[in-house]
Design a protein around this ligand. Structure first.
Ligand code: GRF
Length: 197
């Protein structure tokens, strides 16, 4: 399965995928990495792995729709079977999603704490268990059918940073395991329920 991975930051989830795909038995390969900004470690990781990269910045286009079309064109040029949003901090349109299936990883147990600050919002709410969710992206914000979740305990002394780092450990494992299963076994969706295999 051909993966195009989209990133906006450190790219540790991307790195976990790159490490996993080094084994042909994994069933998927990363064919390109895209970003919405320059100068991020996620792109540097892709370059070190010898992968093609592309950047499409919202501010370089007259409208958000123009940006979305340009992003879809850049993604489409690599013929992906699946687009993986791995810390990509932008929403894409229904038109984009009509062209490629896309998964996104979120640092909270959806439907709780959707949005930009999943770890911080869970900590401030005082939950004792949070985690990460991998889901199929739909037209909403973190609303798509859920593929996998991992639970992570909240410690009394956690800061947003310490909690997010602990979540990210579980998140990377969940992403790698689930994308691999999707590649090897396929998936089907019935209503909100997703079955892999
Ligand atoms: C992840 O926790 C992701 O869920 C969130 O941002 C983080 C990205 O981390 N949206 P990285 O860039 O993969 O290290």
């Amino acid at each position: 399965m051909r993966l195009v991975v989209l990133v906006s930051g450190a790219g540790t989830n991307l790195q976990a995928l790159l490490d996993a795909t080094a084994d042909p038995a994994y069933g998927a390969e990363v064919v390109a990495v895209g970003a919405d900004r320059e100068g991020i470690e996620g792109l540097a990781r892709a370059e070190r792995a010898g992968l093609p990269t592309f950047v499409r910045r919202v501010q370089d286009y007259p409208t958000r729709d123009d940006w979305d079309r340009a992003l879809a064109e850049a993604v489409g040029a690599h013929g992906p079977d699946l687009v993986v949003s791995a810390g990509f901090m932008k929403l894409v349109s229904e038109q984009f999603l009509g062209q490629f299936p896309m998964v996104n990883t979120h640092p909270a147990l959806l439907p709780s704490f959707a949005g930009m600050h999943g770890a911080r919002d869970a900590l401030e709410h005082g939950v004792k268990i949070t985690g990460a969710t991998l889901f199929l992206v739909d037209g909403g914000v973190d609303t798509g059918p859920i593929l996998a979740q991992v639970a992570v305990p909240v410690d009394d002394d956690d800061t947003e940073e310490s909690l997010h780092e602990r979540i990210k450990v579980g998140e990377r494992g969940m992403l790698v395991e689930t994308v691999g299963r999707m590649a090897r076994q396929g998936w089907s969706v019935e209503g909100r329920r997703v079955r892999i295999g």
